[in-house]
Write a protein that binds this ligand. Sequence first.
Ligand SMILES: NC(=O)C1=CN([C@@H]2O[C@H](COP(=O)(O)OP(=O)(O)OC[C@H]3O[C@@H](n4cnc5c(N)ncnc54)[C@H](O)[C@@H]3O)[C@@H](O)[C@H]2O)C=CC1
Ligand SMILES: O=C1[C@@H](O)[C@H](O)[C@@H](O)[C@H](O)[C@H]1O
Length: 343
Amino acid sequence: MSASPLRVGIIGVGMMGADHADRIVHRIAGAELVAISDPDSERAGDLAARYDGVRTVGDPLQLIAGSGVDAVLIASPGSVHEEQVLACVEHGKYALCEKPLTMDSESSLRVVEAERNKAGRPLVQVGFMRRFDPEYARMKRLLDSGDLGRILLVHNTHRNKTLPKWFRSEMIVSDSLVHEVDVCRWLFDDEIATITVLAPKPTSRAAEGMLDPQVAIFQMAGGGMATTEVFVNSQIGYEVRCEAVAELGNVTVGLGQDVFVRSDNHYGGHIPDDFRDRFARAYDLEVQAWVDASRRGEVVGPTTWDGYAATAVCTAALQSLATGRPVRVDLADRAEVLRGAAT
Ligand SMILES: NC(=O)C1=CN([C@@H]2O[C@H](COP(=O)(O)OP(=O)(O)OC[C@H]3O[C@@H](n4cnc5c(N)ncnc54)[C@H](O)[C@@H]3O)[C@@H](O)[C@H]2O)C=CC1
Ligand SMILES: O=C1[C@@H](O)[C@H](O)[C@@H](O)[C@H](O)[C@H]1O
């Protein structure tokens, strides 16, 4: 492992970028935040002023190319990830790219191919942080141990309290459901072959024309099946639950069994407001794993292939959302793509 701290630049310092900046400065070992870039120069300036030794760089591609940055955390909107991840690959910089890797399967595949053919080695971790959540990680270990027999089914619930009026029906798929797509691929250790997305009569709390909630059904290539409810204007709080049903038992994540309080004629626990609260520990572990791996010259966690496969499922999911019919996922041949330039 390199003796010096990893010099990190962050691209996009909105909600997640600012959250990650605070994490790198205050909670992560072995890294220092050295630069940030955001087209909102006032936002970037305000954030940089909070920390010692952090400079702002107007052009994100210049931040990536700069010799003072060893690794880049990309927290810009998904629509600009492709160009920024490709620049990291071009300059041999380790990158942690927030989900989704890109917005459609063709562009995600270009990233997988560039990493394989231009860099010739893994450089990119994709920000599917649930794999680092202690509860999900324990569920995965238990399923992999074989003690519960073979995994048969997964039931997911994904509820946001509210999301902004500009959040569209399609974003429920590409921004929200994409997490369950990754979780199911990971838990089953299998690809999703077919997806169906259905929408019941929408809640009156969503913007006009918004299909919220949605229910997705995944059919895994090996015969497993998963259901997911995504409801982004649930009004309740942030609720993420996952129950995996195996041959000899089941295991559930997200029951929120924290301390139980009785007071003032009420009893119960706390429901988090959003993901930054519920998954704070997962983000810490995700970013720490990225820093440690980058300093060792490695990549851990979700790969560009995982990012691509999730995007390919979401591309099919959007077609299903439009028709309500099952859609087969069009996935490239993994062995062929990863053989790439080597052949
Ligand atoms: N892992 C998770 O649980 C979550 C992940 N995300 C992901 O994080 C990313 C950012 O999302 P938010 O922080 O919620 O969005 P946001 O809108 O709060 O922040 C995005 C920031 O990127 C900046 N930006 C716009 N174009 C840019 C460009 N070309 N280059 C650099 N910066 C640019 C904007 O000015 C803004 O400051 C997205 O990919 C999103 O899907 C978001 C929420 C939770
Ligand atoms: O990634 C996320 C957001 O982009 C998305 O909008 C939310 O629905 C998810 O819960 C959150 O984890």
